[in-house]
Design a protein around this ligand. Sequence first.
Ligand code: CDP
Ligand code: MG
Length: 669
Amino acid sequence: VGIHQIHNNHAELKKQSMQEVRRSLPIFPYREDLLSAIEQHQILIIEGETGSGKTTQIPQYLFEEGYTRDDKKIGCTQPRRVAAMSVAARVAQEMSVKLGNEVGYSIRFEDCTSERTVLKYMTDGMLLREFLTEPDLASYSVIIIDEAHERTLHTDILFGLIKDIARFRADLKVLVASATLDTERFSRFFDDAPVFRIPGRRFPVDIFYTKAPEADYLEACVVSVLQIHVTQPTGDVLVFLTGQEEIEACCEMLQDRCRRLGSKIAELVILPIYANLPSDMQAKIFTPTPPGARKVVVATNIAETSLTIDGIIYVIDPGFCKQKSYNARTGMESLIVTPCSKASANQRAGRAGRVAAGKCFRLYTAWAFKHEMEETTVPEIQRTNLGNVVLLLKSLGINDLVHFDFMDPPPHETLVLALEQLYALGALNHLGELTKLGRRMAELPVDPMLSKMILASEQYKCSNEVLTIAAMLSVNNSIFYRPKDKVVHADNARMNFVVPGGDHLVLLNVYNQVHAGAFKSGYSTQWCYENFIQFRSMRRARDVRDQLEGLMDRIEVEVVSSQEDNVPIRKVTGYFYHTARLSKGGYKTVKHQQTVFVHPNSSLFEELPRWIIYHELVFTTKEFMRQVIEIESSWLLEVAPHYYKSKELEDNSNKKMPRKQGKTKEELG
Ligand code: CDP
Ligand code: MG
């Protein structure tokens, strides 16, 4: 046999075993029942344990059954970008097609689909945007809203819109897939749609609590992992932490201690997983553990239901997650580590019982579980800014938002603040109707403040620069690399990019230096590395910028470069909505009189100009403004006479107040 033949045989074998794996999944025995339930009902709720095969198999079953005839597609939404990409890749592999052909994915600023795509995985936000171009989703025969239990903002909005179009599109099938959570509620919302349950194969999981609360849960995690490693039989460990920093710290601590123990213990393979991890590193968690060794995966709650790692027997759950919250009075978003819900804790424990009987070590007391943790997580719609979504709904012609069919309505004040913001930006008129400007703003897949800034740049003739700034702000906070052991070097490197005026101009400078110099010559990764700039973020910023530039034709904005100093850019940048003025002890926001502070990473941290505009307000240790730019108060009357009164802007001497005290220990991090 020739080499070609051998190769073919090999591929054939691989395909066969892949098909065997497919047939071994818990969902497989229910294939026929499921398909006939789908045929009988327009809307079906599907409930099944994580890992039972909902996401990867159902679209394939539908494809095999002919649901993609007549040029129709099957769409499947995912709340997480990472899940959309990795699942699409897996399904393409199972179907032996090239990713992007018959099977593709679409996430914001990245479209990996083609004319031939019939199985389309996408983020929930992307499907939402598709309503703008195809309000009845005519090109789809089936929509699967997957991971429905996550209740992201976009998923919740999709519920309302899809329920509505299903009424007049009798041929559209709607599947709502969820882990074993909340399915009765989904059923009630969709007019008592039937629930199809896929029985899981779950092994018992023993749950252990601590006797007393843990003072330092990171340390407790490390100790627990090592204890399991030394005393427990074979089986991999999954640890749930709240974010990248914690995960990296935990991995380092583990590595450190293993090094010290040396050959006294068996090999421990330590692997992190979080959304921003490069995809080749992510893939590592799926590789089998070498014999004699033990694998420990340190994850965010991405591993709760979106990803399934085989071989996990032990779960360590400190009981926390990072959660967004929103103050509708001040418009401040914060990301705070809070106790997770009982539902989350139970999902986490469930990860230990997929392949055999397992153990879950909860680093909190049984009392805390019973009395201190909420039953379920509050849906995102009730704790986030709604500006973007309200603009989108208005563009879809939905004017009466108060009576929109929400599964759980957002707080009234949040809705009001979103409407106020859109009015201030000129996207809505005083009757709350969409303006021409608002329609153009909705065309851009970015925050209303950014789309306004891009549209305003036309008048100030600096759209080229503003596009770059908008792109850089979209990849936000991951431009500069600041490893713990090289903080001083990293901060010095960052100082080299500082230009007068503020952070937006620094971002512009970074982009121009990287893309004018480093990306053209072949040494880009190296150059970024040496300058403590994240290469991946810069590549993404370029992609985002290209996409935005591609949309300029549609909204009729000419791309021109600023011929003047940076004044026009500063007038437009960040636009006028978030202003603050220097006052005793910090800054005060102009509209809400809230005390806020310049973030220590800002280029204006030492300078503290009298008037500034900030891109976002976040609460970490204090109320920090991130990405700030210096302005003159008189500009506000020029760019937004409908929003500011001159009285609010009195005292417009543009003197700077030198910073009195140095950075506090906390600020230095
Ligand atoms: O959606 P659900 O949680 O029900 O399961 P799934 O994501 O369809 O996963 C079914 C199986 O495919 C699991 O055993 C996973 O290990 C496997 N899978 C994989 O190997 N690689 C992926 N990227 C996704 C799933
Ligand atoms: Mg799934």
